[in-house]
Design a protein around this ligand. Structure first.
Ligand code: XUL
Ligand code: CO
Length: 438
């Protein structure tokens, strides 16, 4: 089975001038920047679902990939064959981490008991694989959106029995993530939303979601999991309205349930753009609220409104993303997971490598640019001088809560002038960014 990737040699760093399409041109894992290696900064992860589970089907046509591990039945033997293929891919690509959903890795299950047994059987095998590979687990998550039982939501379902099944999945997946050494646990609420308000009690559903998330946090502490819990925002798809719409909305939700110090966010660029935000905005919002966790790197298509999950290739956007990530202190428990898939016509084994090599090289290049920008931080200098008057005088007093509206208004009368506008310097700042793109 692992023969599928036999034609590919382990991917090596060959430098910018290499013409080998299966080599890294920029990702030199041990290269040190700002005191850390590229590998430590970027913490690359390959996702299980797009690469080893998806067979290339779309709503108009069946699978195109013909991967040898996609059998007719998804039993334990098939799950093990898929695991074998996944680790043979990881060992060649050299990604330090991977991510999975419970249902990605296990044999199909219908009943709660089957779910627990089948998942436990493959977790044993994953543990054996991790022990002899350089690739470790970044984060795990439970798939609570594919099975028909979840069509009306998991924890937000009108039926508490569905929430109980979801609890079973999360409990086992969180415990497995802990046991396998993962440093994060993700909850993406694909069906935690609604298609029509006509059949939905929004207040009731949000209460269910809030309590469920609190139970997950309580369980994390109970089992001694030291990693992070992250919610992954997305505005819609599959549901029309999803409660975890974007970073700002998630923060408000966390505050409502007193979870803002316990739960962070896993940000995905294509979800950000679907919510009408750009990627950098979401990172900076998470930094501002102190909830930045991890990234599911990918890109959308500017002409398509849906989640195309393509590998990232925009150097400017990615450089700025890395700049804000580094400015926020960089990844801690999180990392750069590629929640990205090759196109349906990219049917060869090597296409999976091209996708990841391209993404890893792009991020490595962006990291170098971002590190240089920080070394000579013209953008920060501009911002510091733009806001400098807030660190003294009536600006600082207002922020310290030492000014009333009356007192602030009196300052204006006392100065008796209309403040002089200052340039926001957008074009000049954009030129600075352009200069750093190498
Ligand atoms: C869906 C998505 C998910 C989550 C994990 O858009 O991004 O794959 O990352 O459930
Ligand atoms: Co994602």
């Amino acid at each position: 089975m692992s023969k599928y990737f036999d034609e590919i040699d382990p991917v090596k760093f060959e430098g910018r001038d290499s013409e080998n399409p299966l080599a890294f041109k920029y990702y030199d894992s041990s290269k040190i920047l700002m005191g850390k290696s590229m590998e430590e900064h970027l913490r690359f992860a390959v996702c299980y679902w797009h690469n080893f589970c998806w067979d290339g089907f779309d709503i108009f046509g069946s699978g195109t990939f013909n991967r040898p591990w996609h059998g007719v039945t998804n039993d334990q033997a098939a799950a093990e064959a898929k695991l074998e293929a996944a680790f043979s891919f990881f060992n060649k690509l050299g990604n330090p981490y991977f991510c999975f959903h419970d249902t990605d890795v296990m044999a199909a299950a219908e009943t709660p008991k089957e779910h627990v047994e089948n998942f436990a059987a493959i977790v044993d095998k994953i543990e054996e694989k991790i022990a002899v590979s350089k690739t470790k687990l970044l984060w795990g998550t439970a798939n609570m959106f594919s099975h028909p039982r979840y069509m009306a939501g998991a924890s937000t379902n009108p039926n508490p029995d569905v929430a109980a099944f979801a609890a079973l999945q999360v409990k086992h997946c969180l415990e497995a993530t802990h046991r396998l050494g993962g440093s994060g646990y993700v909850l993406w609420g694909g069906r935690e939303g609604y298609d029509t308000i006509l059949n939905t009690n929004v207040a009731q559903e949000m209460k269910q979601l809030g309590r469920f998330l609190t139970m997950v946090v309580e369980h994390k502490h109970k089992i001694g999991f030291k990693g992070d819990i992250w919610v992954e925002p997305k505005p819609h798809e599959p549901t029309k309205h999803q409660y975890d719409r974007d970073v700002g909305t998630v923060y408000g939700f966390l505050k409502e349930y007193g979870l803002e110090k316990e739960v962070g966010v896993n940000i995905e660029p294509n979800h950000a753009t679907m919510a009408g935000n750009n990627f950098e905005h979401e990172i900076e919002m998470a930094n501002a609220f102190g909830i930045f966790g991890s990234i599911d790197f990918n890109r959308g298509d500017p002409q398509n409104g849906w989640d195309t999950d393509q590998f990232p290739n925009d150097l400017r956007e990615t450089t700025m993303a890395l700049y804000y990530i580094l400015k926020g202190g960089g990844f801690k428990n999180g990392g750069a997971n590629f929640d990205a898939k090759v196109r349906r016509q990219s049917i060869d084994a090597k296409d999976l490598f091209y996708g990841h090599i391209g993404g890893m090289d792009l991020l490595a290049r962006a990291l170098e640019n971002a590190a240089k920008m920080i070394e000579n931080d013209k953008l920060q200098e501009f911002k510091d001088s733009r806001y400098k008057n807030w660190s003294s005088g009536h600006g600082a007093k207002m922020l310290d809560g030492k000014m009333s509206l009356d007192e602030m208004a009196a300052i204006s009368l006392q100065k008796n002038n209309s403040p002089k506008p200052m340039s926001g310097r957008q074009e000049g700042l954009e030129n600075i960014v352009t200069q750093f793109l190498k």
